[in-house]
Write a protein that binds this ligand. Structure first.
Ligand code: FE
Ligand code: FE
Ligand code: ZN
Length: 295
């Protein structure tokens, strides 16, 4: 079955209910959101009335909460522990994010693995695994999804081997809670030819296991393969192209895995700014590209 949705806004006054209303307006049957700003650790309490209303609306609309996603803020960096106080703060904040997922009953949290900066890649991998071992130790019924990254700067997680390296160092009771979130823009920018998705999936299956893929971010890219840039483009307006993205979305091996759009809003001018997701989701369902931005 196709599970398709997009990034949505989680705002203080509407919270999960607002996320759901926005998703339904795009024709989505899954969604992703940050529990606050994606750049900061400022968070406000969860309103249980809004949460419960959202969950009953999800039931009415056949939206499976198991397919819905929360994204942790970018600032968490588990790869570098040279400032011990900061490293511990990030682990502690990650624990709080996992608790918020449990409280919201949306139990899949995507995390950028982090950047090793002044250390080495190997040290980065060790630090991430150690951080996850601590953060996930006492957490039950919640999944952490490591995102496949573009390899910008010193990012860890921009290859199958990086992700395997982290997973291999996890304790047994933590390993079964850790999964992977692919991202077509990041894969392209890291050096994967999306045209050859099956070749990539063969290697992923051999080294990690396809059953570990729990989410896929569907984005076109403004940059060529192996550019290590990470600039998301609207579907069909980038270097990957609409047909190659459709082949990922409908790949039999990736069936039932939620696909989340993180493409940029259309911004013609101050007054003409809008989300592309309703159009992109319709094109995906019809498997047909329409030049809606220039219509
Ligand atoms: Fe991400
Ligand atoms: Fe992403
Ligand atoms: Zn990205």
């Amino acid at each position: 079955m196709l599970y398709i949705g997009s990034h949505t806004s989680y705002l203080k006054d509407k919270q999960l209910l607002g996320v759901l209303e926005e998703s339904l307006s795009y024709g989505s049957n899954t969604f992703m959101f940050y529990t606050g700003s994606n750049q900061s650790t400022l968070r406000f309490p969860i309103d249980h009335t809004l949460r419960d209303k959202a969950h009953s609306l999800m039931k009415e609309n056949n939206i499976d909460k198991e397919k819905c996603i929360v994204h942790a803020p970018f600032i968490i960096n588990l790869a570098n522990n040279s400032d011990e106080r900061k490293y511990n703060f990030y682990i502690d904040f990650l624990k709080q994010e996992l608790d918020r997922c449990i409280e919201l009953d949306i139990r899949n949290l995507v995390l950028h693995p982090g950047s090793y900066t002044t250390l080495t890649r190997e040290e980065g991998i060790k630090n991430i695994a150690n951080g996850l071992n601590i953060a996930l130790k006492d957490k039950e019924n919640v999944n952490l999804l490591l995102e496949y990254m573009s390899g910008k700067g010193t990012e860890v997680g921009s290859s199958i081997n990086d992700l395997k390296g982290i997973i291999d160092l996890l304790n047994d009771d933590v390993k079964n809670k850790v999964f992977v979130c692919l991202d077509t823009c990041h894969m392209n920018d890291s050096g994967v030819d999306i045209k050859d998705i099956d070749k990539f999936l063969d290697e992923f299956d051999e080294k990690i296991g396809i059953n570990k893929i729990k989410c896929i971010h569907i984005n076109d890219s403004y940059n060529p393969v192996a550019s290590h840039k990470d600039r998301h483009a609207n579907l069909g307006y980038g270097t990957i192209g609409f047909d190659n993205l459709i082949n990922v979305i409908y790949n039999k091996r990736l069936d039932d895995i939620p696909k989340i759009l993180e493409t940029p809003w259309i911004n013609r001018n101050e007054k003409d700014t809008w989300a592309p997701y309703k159009y992109e989701i319709e094109m995906i369902r019809k498997k047909e590209f329409v030049d809606y931005i220039n219509l």
